[in-house]
Ligand binder design. Structure first.
Ligand SMILES: C[S@@+](CC[C@H](N)C(=O)[O-])C[C@H]1O[C@@H](n2cnc3c(N)ncnc32)[C@H](O)[C@@H]1O
Length: 178
């Protein structure tokens, strides 16, 4: 393969990542191991269904599926390259409790289950709140890394030990003030 072909392929890859980052207003940054373990420690002890809104390269969903075989975990990701990489990683890891969907979490008509996790951007958190208000059943738990859902009342706001981010914990049914 010539140097020019390598440069063209790299350019296409970078352009694809940038186009979706601008369109979705969220950059697909990876999630480090310590942060993943911390988030996993807040999942319910009992078997449940977890959805990651914007599962990126698959870091968190793969870690959850590995650490908790009793949990069925679904990642929803729209950006094609992170999604493709997460599919390859999922296949290599052969995790039967992991499902990946290429979709916009705002548009897909799907019950998100018992727990939603996300690590997005302040500009899209109002959309997250709207989607969950419509689709998540009372009692459901939401764990948002770094960004609060506007107008929602968290039952926990926990500084992460793995960095400067906060974890915002919400329970559907008691998430609206008053
Ligand atoms: C910071 S990454 C989070 C990765 C993953 N949650 C983790 O912790 O390993 C955020 C991801 O959300 C995706 N995203 C943003 N808006 C989305 C939407 N409306 N539907 C699906 N994916 C979305 C982005 O493409 C990006 O890959």
């Amino acid at each position: 393969m010539s140097e020019l072909s390598v440069l063209v392929i790299l350019g296409v890859i970078i352009a694809l990542i940038l186009i979706y980052a601008v369109r979705l207003r969220v950059v697909p940054v990876p999630c480090g191991r310590k942060a993943r373990n911390e988030i996993i420690s807040y999942l319910p002890r009992e078997a449940c269904r977890v959805t990651d809104f914007g599962s990126g390269w698959g870091d968190l969903v793969i870690s959850i599926a590995r650490a908790r075989p009793d949990i069925t975990v679904t990642g929803i990701e729209l950006s094609p390259l992170p999604y493709a990489v997460s599919r390859i990683r999922a296949r290599i890891n052969q995790l039967e409790n992991l499902f990946l969907i290429r979709a916009d979490f705002r548009k897909i008509d799907r019950d998100p289950g018992d727990v939603v996790v996300c690590f997005l951007d302040p500009r899209v958190m109002a959309d997250v709140g709207d989607v969950l208000n419509q689709r998540m059943a009372p009692g459901g738990i939401v764990i948002s890394r770094a960004f609060a859902i506007p107008g929602w009342q968290a039952f926990g706001e926990i500084p992460m030990q793995s960095g400067s981010d906060m974890l915002y914990l919400y329970r559907i049914g008691s998430h609206l003030p008053g």
